[in-house]
Structure formats: structure tokens, C-alpha cells
Design a binder for this molecule. Structure first.
Ligand code: GDP
Length: 717
């Protein structure tokens, strides 16, 4: 048997992933589609390794507006799988069939898996499947991905259809006037396009799809004739071309659905509707959401997850492994530098990666449950109106909340945001939230400089939240993130018990991908910093004070002079803070007092700090450390999620740049207002920075040209 490629296509939440998991089991690989952060999954059929399944991103239509749509559309048009298995949510037939009509037009044979049939049965609704299949002209198999029903029949049918590829493709037919126009377009196109794809091209050209037009090498005469056909048809329908096609599709679907729903459906309120009345209620929605999120936070960051993380950090990598290894290194009389590399570099590096795993696993278990039972869609629904105002999605709230515990799972929680631009902005701004590792820095500065004020800690959160909100507003107005927000289609799937297999797989995949991808960066960077802080330029093992890092710190320190703390200790502490923000306080201990161990709020070094910093420069130091690049673990997570080195560098540069500007303004104004310095050139520059920030926030948004991605650039990854 020759190899068969099946593409799984369908709306988000139609049950594609469940179908895919059930059919492939553990024979699957997760990656990314080339060039975008959209997840790519493929796998072989459990029972037949000759059949490869590709899980396409969930989409509502094949117009090229979102990265998901572009990926799915390019895959279908360029890679041309042998057959499409279209997963259709039977409880949302009209909306799902809208995509089906477009899939059929690609000329690739389509088989429908009419999913969620169990829900339909439970609601005692009937649907005549034979009539649906007859009306569409393609096979329809009833399935329940949750219960594993009908999946094998559906895939067997798909294989059979793929083997029978030569048979005529079936398309929905529309109003005669539109069909006449399409027939004329086909005449004009002639042999310019492959026969099986001719109808797709005719319709897309009729819709004036620029992207499709660019992929074809049409003569100017052909283009002119096509435009004339479109203009005449628009006059006949008294509507624009794109709307004509949309309306025709819906008309076709409405008639089809009327044909196969044999009885009048009475409107009934399901349990799901009843739950929704409470959960999305105007007054209760937010408190309920806050409670649920608090629970997630409590379980993953405060209790269960942290118990695991503490155990890994304090026991496993704190004593168990290092003690055993160090014992054997002594016994084998390994050279001291090698011992230090293994213990302080490699093992500490592994610990830094693996320490986060329990939190991440528990967090994703919780998020997986919320996603799978249907609550997450409600969250987006409830929060969306508020978050839209500053350019973020309703789901951006979750990463930010999680980030108050730890930025790593916070960044990774951005996964649940469908829209790629929203996701990228969220990834860029999430770590502005002060995470728990930054609390000792706050305690240190508050204790040493503002002992009787209670505003320092709250102000740290205020700075973080403002940075997020204002960044959202400003970034959305730049060219990079501009664009029509994709039409917000939100369906609320029925609530149900989560599928445990799905939830565990979700959590496992996320944890694995964190350990693999983020782990590499964290690991390497930890070793680099270990080396820099343990050796001198002549490669002698030295105290941190004389290390390469200290020298670098001295060289770099002047950069921070405009922020009020151009001293090398502050600089080195900031750099070691990249390993983990907890180490900032400890580094001051080492640098000022040669202490290996300091208390949580670093009270031992308060005196030295007061001699080196002023209150204003200390606050500027605090704000810089809150906003600048997060620790390597979080940078690793950002890289994992962005899946692109350029975007990672951009995110980190943005964070450092913003941190610099804000601290600069704080110090320059602070030193004049609080410390009574005279107005100077720095104050003028700071005023200019403030104006610049205000401009970025209040300027008019950039209009974005249509996103065009050539089909030819899409390579098999
Ligand atoms: P995807 O977004 O298309 O990949 O959809 P998923 O496979 O993640 O499914 C969305 C939700 O619907 C999940 O909570 C599934 O457990 C649930 N689900 C999927 N298929 C069925 C089904 O046939 N019946 C029921 N009752 N629920 C299903």
C-alpha cells in the first residue's frame, strides 16, 4: 500500500485533537509550522503505519487573515494531502459546514467525521446523516471522539476515498447567477490552473483574493476579463463579490441543514446553558473567575507545584545529587575546576531547569482541565471586552496572573491564546509582573532605603501592571502588531467532564517541550555565568570580586550611571540576576561583605547599600530589575513560545529598553524633585522620554497592509 496522507481539518473545539490523539495514540510528533508559532502535529495511524495524519490548526474559514488560516490553507494547496478528514461539530452544524464548503472546493477529496454525536443524542436531537451526505455529495460518518465511537470507520472511509482519488471532486453548487460567473471565470483561466483546483481558483479570484492572484501568472487581458465578470455579477446581485460568496455559502448550508433536520427543534435549555447563566452572569462572572484562577494559582504556584519545585531545588538538586556527586568526585580526586564545573555549573544548571517542572506540570494540568471542560472559552468571553481595550486578549489575563508566582509558567500559559499577535504581545509583557523571585529585591530596597513606608511593594506591582497595559496599547499601534483584529467568533462549547487522557497528554507535552527547548538555553547560560563569575581573565579560579564578571561589571557600569547607579556592584548583581532573580540579594552579600549567605531581605548589606546608592537611585535600580530581561529560565520559555530567535531578541530588547527608559525618568526626575538637584540636561532628556512614551501611547494606530504570504515560500518542514 502506498503512503496516504490524511489532513484533519475543522473549526476550533470541533474535536480534532481528541480525534487525532485517539487515532494516533503515542505515534505522534509535535512541532511548529515553519515560520509561525502555530503548533504542528503529525502522527501515524495506530493500526497502519502507512497512513500519516496531519492535525491542521483549528480554523473557521480559509481566508488568509490569521496565521492559522494561512498555515492550513497553504498546507492544503501546496502539499495536497490525499484526503481531508473534516471534523464537524454536529451541535454547531451551520458554522462548521461553512469551512466544509471551502475544504471541498480545494479539489481534495473530503470525508466528514460528524463529531459530538453523543451530545446530540443526549439532547435528543436527530439529524438525517444520509441526507446530509447526499446533499453534500461526500461521505459522512457519525463519530464521538470523546467516546472513541466511529473513528475507525471514518478513517477507513477516508483511506478508501483517497485510494479512489481519480473520481470527480464534489462541490456545493450555488445560485445560477454566481455559477454562470464562475463558469465564465473558468473559461478565462483555461489551463492556467490544475483542473482539480480550478473551482477553488475561480472562487478565490472572484473574491478578489490578492494572495491567490499573486501566485498565478495571469496575463493582463485575463485579469481585465476577470474583473469585468466580477463587476457585472456585483451589479446583478447588488452586493460586493466577497459578500456574494459568503451569502451563497450560507444559503447553501441553510437549505442543507433544513433538509437533514427532519423535525422542528424546540429550544431547550441544557444543563450547560444553566451553568452558563451563572458563570457568565454580569455580576457573578468576575468573582467566579477570580475564584477559579485563585485556585489554579494556589494549587500550581503555592502548594502542590511548589512542593515539588522546592523538593527538586532543595532536596534533589540542593543536597541529594550534589552531595553524592561531590563525594565521588572527592573519592576519585577529580581536579577542583572540574568539580566546580560539574557541581556549580552542570548540576546547578540542570537543577535550574528541572526545578520548574513540577510547577509547570501542575499548572498545565489545571489549565488543561479548564480548557477541556469548556470553562476557558468562558474566561476569554468574560475578560475579552476589558482586555481588548489595551490590545490584549481575554486570555492574556491568565499568563499575567500566573507570572506573579513565576514568569516561566506564566509565559507558557500564553499558549492558550489563539491569535498569534495577541500571544506575542502577551509573551513580551507577561514578565513585567513581579514574580516571587523578585520579592527579595523589593524587600532589600524597601528595607534599606524606605524602612517606614508601605508603598514600595505595592508600587512594584503598579509599575508592572502599568508597563503591561501601556505596552499593550503602544505595541498594538506599531506596524508589527497592527492589523484588523480577526473577527471575534466565540462559541461556547457545552460543559462536560474533562477527558483525562487528553488533559494528561496536554500537561506532559508542555512540560516536555519546556525541558527540551527552554532547558537548553537555561543550562548553557548558567554554565557561562558560572564560568564568568569563577574565573579571572588568566583562567585562574578567583573570588567573584576579581572574576571576569566583576571586570565586565566595571566596564559596563557607566551605562547605568544615567539611572543613578553606575557602580559595578549593582551592575554585577543585575547580571547575575539573569541566572535567577533570587541571586541579586545574594550577590550584594558576596560583593560588599564576602558573605556566602545573607538573610532573605539582605539586612547584612543595608549599610553598604546606603553608602553606595541614594534612595532615588536605589528605587531606580529596583524598577530596572523588575522590568528588564527576566531570568534565563523565563528567557528560555519566551524563546520556546516565540519559536524564533529574532522575536526572542526583540522581546528581551524591548523589556531592557523599557526598563532603562523608565528607570532613567525615575532617577532624573527623582533626583531633582526629592534630592534637590538642579535642573540639568538629564532632566530635559527625561522630559523628552516621557513625551516619547506619551506619543507611543496616544498616536494613531498604523494601518496595516494585507498580509501576503506567497504560497511558493511554503516548504515542507
Ligand atoms: P479541537 O480544538 O478541535 O482540537 O478540539 P478538542 O479535541 O480539544 O475538543 C474540544 C472539547 O470537546 C474537548 O473538551 C473534548 O473533550 C470535547 N470533545 C471532543 N470530541 C467530543 C465528542 O465527540 N463528544 C463530546 N461530548 N465531547 C467531545
Amino acid at each position: 500500500m502506498t503512503k496516504i496522507e490524511i489532513a484533519l481539518a475543522g473549526n476550533p473545539n470541533s474535536g480534532k485533537t481528541s480525534t487525532f490523539n485517539s487515532l494516533t495514540g503515542s505515534n505522534q510528533f509535535v512541532g511548529n509550522w515553519p515560520g509561525v508559532t502555530v503548533e504542528r502535529k503529525s502522527g501515524f495511524l495506530k493500526k497502519n503505519k502507512n497512513v500519516e495524519l496531519h492535525d491542521l490548526p483549528g480554523i473557521y474559514s480559509m481566508s488568509p487573515y490569521t496565521p492559522e488560516e494561512i498555515v492550513a490553507r497553504d498546507y492544503l494547496l501546496v502539499q495536497r494531502p490525499n484526503v481531508i478528514l473534516d471534523v464537524v461539530d454536529a451541535t454547531n452544524l451551520e458554522r462548521n459546514l461553512y469551512l466544509t464548503t471551502q475544504l471541498m472546493e480545494t479539489g481534495i477529496p473530503v470525508v466528514i467525521a460528524l463529531n459530538m454525536i453523543d451530545i446530540l443524542e443526549k439532547q435528543k436531537r436527530t439529524l438525517n446523516i444520509e441526507k446530509l451526505s447526499y446533499g453534500l455529495g461526500i461521505p459522512v460518518i457519525a463519530t464521538s471522539a470523546l467516546k472513541g465511537r466511529g473513528l475507525n470507520q471514518a478513517v477507513t472511509k477516508a483511506i478508501k476515498v483517497a485510494q479512489d482519488y481519480e473520481s470527480e471532486p464534489q462541490y456545493p453548487t450555488y445560485d445560477n447567477r454566481l455559477e454562470a460567473a464562475l463558469a465564465e471565470m473558468l473559461d478565462v483561466l483555461g489551463s492556467t490552473v490544475p483542473t482539480r483546483q480550478a473551482r477553488w481558483f475561480a472562487i478565490k479570484l472572484f473574491e478578489r483574493d490578492e494572495q491567490v492572484l499573486q501566485t498565478l501568472d495571469l496575463s493582463s487581458l485575463q485579469k481585465k476579463e476577470i474583473e469585468e465578470i466580477i463587476k457585472i455579477t456585483e451589479k446583478v446581485f447588488n452586493d460586493d463579490a466577497e459578500s456574494i460568496v459568503v451569502n451563497q455559502r450560507y444559503e447553501f448550508i441553510t437549505q442543507l441543514v433544513a433538509l437533514c433536520s427532519s423535525e422542528k427543534q424546540e429550544i431547550r435549555f441544557t444543563i450547560s446553558d444553566k451553568i452558563d447563566r451563572i458563570v457568565t452572569n454580569r455580576f457573578l462572572a468576575l468573582p467566579i473567575f477570580a475564584l477559579v484562577m485563585w485556585l489554579v494559582y494556589y494549587v500550581s504556584i503555592q502548594t502542590v507545584g511548589t512542593m515539588g519545585t522546592d523538593w527538586v531545588n532543595d532536596e534533589l538538586f540542593g543536597s541529594l545529587i550534589p552531595d553524592t556527586v561531590s563525594h565521588w568526585l572527592e573519592v576519585w580526586q577529580v581536579a577542583p575546576w572540574m568539580q566546580s564545573l560539574i557541581l556549580d555549573g552542570i548540576i546547578a544548571g540542570c537543577g535550574a531547569v528541572l526545578g520548574f517542572l513540577p510547577q509547570i506540570a501542575v499548572l498545565f494540568l489545571c489549565l488543561g482541565i479548564l480548557e477541556d471542560c469548556g470553562y476557558m472559552s468562558r474566561v476569554a468571553f468574560v475578560m475579552d471586552r476589558l482586555f481588548r481595550k489595551f490590545g490584549l486578549s481575554g486570555k492574556s489575563f491568565i499568563p499575567m496572573l500566573i507570572a506573579t508566582g513565576c514568569g516561566v509558567p506564566g509565559v507558557m500559559a500564553s499558549r492558550t491564546i489563539e491569535n498569534e499577535k495577541d500571544r506575542k504581545i502577551t509573551i513580551m509583557v507577561t514578565t513585567f509582573m513581579p514574580c516571587s523571585a523578585k520579592l527579595p529585591i523589593i524587600a532589600l530596597i524597601a528595607g534599606a532605603f524606605f524602612p517606614h513606608s508601605s508603598w514600595v511593594a505595592p508600587s512594584a506591582y503598579l509599575v508592572g501592571i502599568s508597563a503591561i497595559i501601556l505596552s499593550g496599547i503602544a505595541l498594538k499601534k506599531t506596524k508589527l502588531f497592527a492589523g484588523d483584529t480577526s473577527p471575534f467568533i466565540m462559541e461556547l462549547p457545552s460543559y462536560h467532564m474533562p477527558g483525562w487522557k487528553n488533559v494528561f497528554r496536554y500537561s506532559f507535552e508542555r512540560s516536555k517541550s519546556f525541558a527540551k527547548k527552554a532547558g537548553t538555553i537555561i543550562f548553557v547560560m548558567n554554565i557561562v555565568i558560572w564560568f564568568l563569575s569563577s574565573y579571572s581573565f588568566t583562567l585562574q579560579a578567583v573570588e567573584t570580586n576579581d572574576s571576569i564578571l566583576a571586570h565586565l561589571g566595571r566596564a559596563v557600569a557607566p551605562i547605568f550611571a544615567p539611572l543613578g547607579w553606575g557602580n559595578w556592584q549593582g551592575t554585577v548583581a543585575t547580571i547575575t540576576g539573569l541566572v535567577a532573580k533570587e541571586t541579586v540579594v545574594g550577590t550584594f552579600g558576596v560583593l560588599f561583605k564576602g558573605l556566602d549567605e545573607v538573610s532573605e531581605n539582605g539586612s547584612e548589606v543595608w549599610g553598604s547599600l546606603q553608602a553606595t546608592f541614594t534612595a532615588v537611585s536605589a528605587y531606580s535600580f529596583l524598577v530596572f530589575n523588575l522590568l528588564c530581561a527576566p531570568c534565563f529560565a523565563a528567557i528560555g520559555a519566551i524563546h520556546r513560545e516565540m519559536n524564533d530567535i529574532k522575536w526572542t531578541v526583540m522581546a528581551i530588547s524591548y523589556q531592557c529598553g523599557l526598563a532603562y527608559l523608565v528607570s532613567f525618568v525615575i532617577y532624573q526626575f527623582g533626583s531633582v524633585l526629592v534630592e534637590g538637584r538642579h535642573l540639568n540636561i538629564g532632566t530635559g532628556l527625561a522630559a523628552f522620554v516621557v513625551l516619547f512614551i506619551l506619543y507611543a501611547i496616544f498616536k494613531k494606530p498604523v494601518k496595516k497592509e494585507k498580509e501576503v504570504l506567497s504560497l511558493a515560500t511554503f516548504e515542507k518542514a
